[in-house]
Each structure stands twice: as C-alpha cells, then as structure tokens.
Design a protein around this ligand. Sequence first.
Ligand code: UD1
Length: 357
Amino acid sequence: MKLIHVVGARPNFMKAAPVWSAISKIIDCNQILVHTGQHYDKLMSEVFFKELQIPTPDHNLNTGSDSHARQTAAIMIKFEALVNELTPNMVLVYGDVNSTVAVAMVCSKLMIPFAHVEAGLRSFDRKMPEEINRLITDQLADLLFTPSMDGDVNLKNEGIPESKIHCVGNVMIDTLVKLLPKADKPNRFKDLKQYVLVTLHRPSNVDDFESLKSILQNLETTSDSIPIIFPVHPRTKKIITANNLDIIKNINFHLIEPLGYIKFLGLMENATAVITDSGGIQEETTYLGIPCITVRENTERPITVTLGTNQLIGKDYYKIPDLINSTMNIKKRSNTIIPLWDGKASERIAEILSNII
Ligand code: UD1
C-alpha cells in the first residue's frame, strides 16, 4: 500500500504533519512525501519541516514561483511524471494553494484516488485564486475531509455525494494543540507585554500600491499606542522594497523576516490582537481566543466570525487604529470552542482511511 502526501506552500506543512503522523500509527503503508517547491525560501519551507517533525521530502519538484498558469502547469507536468513512476494507491492534498489544484487535476485524469484535507471552505469570491483552487479540487476529489459542518453544507450544495464527505475537524488546530507547549517568542520581543501581530500577503492588499501604503500608514498610526510586529511575507517584502515603503519612522513598528512556526505561535498566543489576511491565522486566533482583525471583504472560514474572535474590515483600513485601541482594554480572552477543533482531526482522518483501505 503506497500513499503520497503532496505539500507545496507554507500553510500546507502544518496540515500534513499531523495527518502523516496519525496514519503512521494505525495504517501499515508506505508513506511518500512530495514537495512541489512552490515555496522554496528557507524561512518559508525548510524551517517548518524541522519544527513540525515532518520527514524530509522524498521528492522535490522544485517548481518555484511563476504566474498562476505557468506555476500550476509546471507542477502538473512534473507530478504526472513522478506519479506514473510511483503508482500510489492514494494521494492526499491539502488546503487551497496552486499545488493542491495542480495535483488534483493530475490524479483525477490518471484515475488515481485522492483525498482533499480541508475541503468545503468557500469565500464565494471567485476573484480569489484560492477559491478557484477549492472549487476544482473538491469537484474532483474522491474523499473530502472538512474542518467544520459549513464545509459539508457547501459541498452538498455543489452536488458532491454525501458518501464522499467526512467532517473530521481542523488539522491545523491539531498542530497548534501539539506545539503550543513549545511556543516561544523571539528573544528580542520577550519583554513586550502588549503588542499587535500583523501578517499580510493577499494580492488584493499587497499587490495594489495604494492599498498597501494605506495599510502601512494606519499601522504606523497604531504603533503610537502599541508596538506592531510584522513578519513580512516575501511577496509583500518585494513590493514594500520596490516602492520604498519600508521607511518607517516609528521605532514601535517592527518589520521583520518571516518566522518559523514555534516563534510565530509564541507571538500569536500572547498578542493583544492580530491583524491578518491569512486563512489559517483566522482559525488559530479563534482557537486561542485572541481578537483578530481580518483585512478581507469575505472569509471562507465564517465560523471564525460567527463563533470565534474574528472581525472582517475589508478595505476599511482607517478603522485599524480605533479597533486596536478598543481591544487594548479587553482584559479577558474569549474561549469559544468550535466543534471538532480538538487536536484529534488527523486521528479521525487516519481512522476513516484505514477503514477504506
Ligand atoms: C501562496 C498561496 C496562498 C497562501 C500563501 C501562504 C496560491 C495561489 N497562493 O501565496 O493561498 O495563503 O501561499 O504563504 O497558491 N516567494 C518567495 N519565496 C518563497 C515563496 C514565494 O520569494 O519561498 C515570493 C515570490 O516572489 C513569489 C511570491 O512570493 O512570486 C508569491 O508566491 P506564490 O507561491 O505564488 O504565492 P503566495 O503569495 O506565497
């Protein structure tokens, strides 16, 4: 029995790690790890393999960055050749990145059964490249593992047979639960009691110069009242540097390199608030009870708004300073528990796979 896991971009790594580990405990099979190379910087990839204890990939397709069509096509061409050689019984894909959809299309044309972990999420916004990836991957998948019941509803509405859908919970939270005891702030921020943690990489916020400039200006205003720590994604860094937007006058505003999982979790766990446009961070802050301001018009994770700590502000960046000021006075964390976000989602996946296999 051969099972291939495919990962490619940063948010895939924390999803694949617990699934790999849960499968190795109860299924007697040969697990093979393929990295598409979509993310390749040490700080965007290698560091996570060490921290999350994921084995070194058996194969790296080294595809790297490019336009959507070229990146997706490059992954398809290289993965098709590899999978023809490896002849797996099943492939597992994660999340909603270009690597996910590329592998889904290859598997489905070669009639190799594949499972989608984190299926059913929908922002209903087709301007988001990830939404296209989600729609296609879920239509083609043989097995769909959803993180919450809203995912099941979306899939059923799109005509996916109920027999393929399994609500297992959130595998990203499995990793968080496991590594929370090791979470550790970077040394230089150890003494900060209150601060806001920021991440931004969505094209809608960072590729547009005026939007990015306005976000940075509002963050700089906010940093008059509370320190801002902003680990900068390479995509965002390129645009900031090219436009000289990194001339920050306030010493409370820290633009730093991307962080590994343990250090980022240490900062997130203790943050006064988080400002982000990431998907996974909306979930992690909800689990941790940290107020989250999401600079997006919509979210494919609505449960983080209805039950969690998340609030969408779209492009109303001017709201950031006031919203942060009001969260600074919140003394107690909210501790909503989302059903099945309990650290055991991967065990449920392994259980289902072992029954099927
Ligand atoms: C990708 C995912 C996004 C996910 C994000 C997490 C798609 C369509 N998007 O976006 O859903 O939230 O990963 O980070 O798959 N770059 C580097 N080094 C790297 C990787 C990227 O410098 O290791 C730079 C390159 O300039 C590249 C740009 O970042 O062109 C964008 O990378 P890409 O993988 O295309 O998309 P992300 O913005 O990272």
